[in-house]
Design a protein around this ligand. Structure first.
Ligand SMILES: Nc1ncnc2c1ncn2[C@@H]1O[C@H](COP(=O)(O)OP(=O)(O)OP(=O)(O)O)[C@@H](O)[C@H]1O
Ligand SMILES: [Mg+2]
Length: 511
């Protein structure tokens, strides 16, 4: 049979539409339009098989053919019932790819059947291609979503870190910037930072030295760590800045990760530990020396006493004795006692004697100390103010020793202020059970040079004139407070004043 020109034209029209091979909807509609015209049908629908059954892809002259009506006719190669003609679109797979259906009031001629078969066969590779493209699209969407999720997950991780973190590439451009770097006084938002030069973002830091630090990491591939003091957030904080090399490929270092950690607390703890160790060593050394001095001192005291008695006896016998002998012996006795006091003080510091401790209220200790110093001549021109917190937790303490501590701090304050001005004693609730009670002695005195703050708790460190201070006051305070499970610290501004702070554990925490 030779196909008529009309049939060929119809097939050519469908073929032309298919040439684009673009599985877009407009294109599909054009294809079914051409197919309908080719066999002069009232309706043409293109169906595809999806897991849910037949699905309409495109329709021309739609008259409401249902998927069920089409499914019922799929078994045959070309079936016709109730004016619906169906041709399954078959591949090598057992399941048809889809189907094409027509509605026509008159029966198909043999030529129309041929045209229909040809058109259907042309549609098969095209639909298979479209199906593959669709699957690919689904796959791409899935992968993109997984990638986005993965990226968000990694962003969450770096945002949750308690450190400031950013990453620069070899052009020093910011490629990552975490939440911590967005906050604080010098915070910069991620949008603002990403893609910019790090020198532009960290404009407060000298660009040259920053560049050198990055170059060093790019060159050596080793982690660089520096410590930096910063007062940007108000008070002085110490930061540990680490620059870590990163390789995206095996070729070499492509990025540097910079991490900034606030290590202020860690450094302070470190310093306190070193201080405690040093004091313990000094204490042990001093205790040994003092023990050796105690015996000769006792001998001197005994000899002086014997001489005094001897002089009295001689006077009783009417013998004339040198006029200044008694005066000298008095001096010897006085000085020996002064030495004994120093030794006792030092022994107190180095080997705190086991003392009885009981439940103590710190405000009560402060009040008692103030009662004792009130009548002292040196406090005559001083104003002592108190700001005592209510309902402070009790501490397990030896009351006399705590009074001794406050007394030493008050006397130091008076010395620092040259006996005039205001001293403030504050008590307040601290943080956690280990530092539940805080007491501060605040003066407006000369202050302590920064270089001296690490030495003032050492025995015999004094800046006072000979005879005015032995340098034992604070070392004894240190020993007593440490023996109570607490700690003592100082903040001072030369020329403006000092604050000595005692932190003690709550009663139940010191058991
Ligand atoms: N409130 C303060 N203001 C300024 N400097 C202080 C203050 N308290 C202590 N110092 C400094 O610390 C040093 C050591 O103090 P510490 O109490 O241990 O010894 P001292 O007062 O010199 O002598 P001592 O207490 O044995 O009579 C002081 O000499 C002083 O330089
Ligand atoms: Mg003192």
């Amino acid at each position: 049979m030779v196909a008529a020109p009309r049939a060929l034209a119809g097939i050519a029209a469908v073929a032309a539409r298919l040439a684009a091979r673009e599985p877009e909807h407009d294109q599909l509609v054009a294809v079914v339009d051409a197919a309908r015209a080719a066999i002069n049908a009232d309706e043409c629908v293109l169906w595809s098989f999806s897991p849910g059954g037949l699905e309409k892809l495109a329709a021309s002259g739609h008259q409401g053919t249902k998927p069920d009506e089409v499914s019922a006719l799929l078994a045959a190669d070309l079936a016709e019932a109730n004016g619906i003609i169906v041709r399954p679109l078959l591949t090598d797979e057992p399941q048809p790819l889809g189907a094409i259906s027509f509605r026509r009031s008159s029966a198909l001629s043999a030529e129309d059947q041929l045209v229909l078969r040809v058109i259907a066969d042309m549609l098969v590779p095209w639909l298979a291609h479209a199906e593959r493209a669709r699957q690919l699209e689904v796959e791409v969407a899935l992968r993109t979503r997984q990638n986005d999720e993965q990226r968000r997950f990694i962003e969450r991780i770096i945002d949750s870190l308690p450190v400031g973190l950013y990453v620069v590439d070899r052009e020093y451009r910011v490629q990552a910037w975490n939440r911590k770097r967005e906050t604080g006084m010098q915070g910069v938002s991620r949008e603002e930072a990403i893609g910019k030069s790090i020198f532009e973002i960290l404009h407060r830091q000298p660009a040259e030295s920053l560049r050198k630090e990055f170059d060093e990491v790019f060159r050596t591939g080793r982690i660089q760590t520096v410590h930096m003091e910063s007062t940007a957030s108000g008070d002085a904080r110490t930061f540990r800045i680490s620059k870590i090399p990163m390789r995206l490929t095996d070729a070499g270092i492509t990025h540097v990760i910079a991490i900034g950690e606030d290590v202020t607390e860690w450094r302070e703890a470190q310093e306190r530990f070193a201080q405690a160790e040093k004091l313990a060593a000094i204490g042990q050394l001093a205790a040994g020396v003092m023990h050796e001095i105690n015996n000769p001192l006792a001998t001197i005291a005994a000899c002086a006493e014997s001489l005094t008695m001897r002089l009295e006896d001689m006077r009783g016998d009417g013998v004339r004795t040198p006029r200044d002998a008694n005066e000298y012996l008095g001096i010897i006795d006085g000085e020996v006692h002064r030495c004994k006091r120093i030794i006792d003080g030092l022994l107190d510091f180095s080997r705190p004697k086991p003392v009885t401790k009981s439940s103590t209220e710190i405000n009560e200790v402060v009040e008692h100390t103030l009662f004792l110093v009130k009548h002292h001549a040196r406090f005559k021109k001083m104003r002592v103010e108190t700001a005592l917190a209510d309902k402070l937790e009790h501490v397990t303490a030896n009351r006399e020793q705590l009074v001794q501590v406050f007394m030493a701090l008050l006397i130091n304050a008076v010395d620092a202020m040259d006996e005039r001005g205001t001293i403030t004693i504050k008590t307040r609730h601290g943080r956690g059970a280990r530092e539940a009670v805080v007491a501060e002695v605040i003066d407006e005195g000369v202050g302590i040079p920064r270089a001296d703050t690490s030495k003032i708790f050492e025995p015999f460190f004094t800046t006072k004139a000979p005879g005015r201070g032995t340098g034992l006051g604070l070392s004894i305070c240190y020993g007593i407070i440490a023996d109570h499970g607490g700690r003592i610290e100082v903040d001072s501004t030369p020329g403006a004043g000092s604050t000595f702070r005692i932190l003690l554990p709550a009663e139940e925490a010191s058991l």
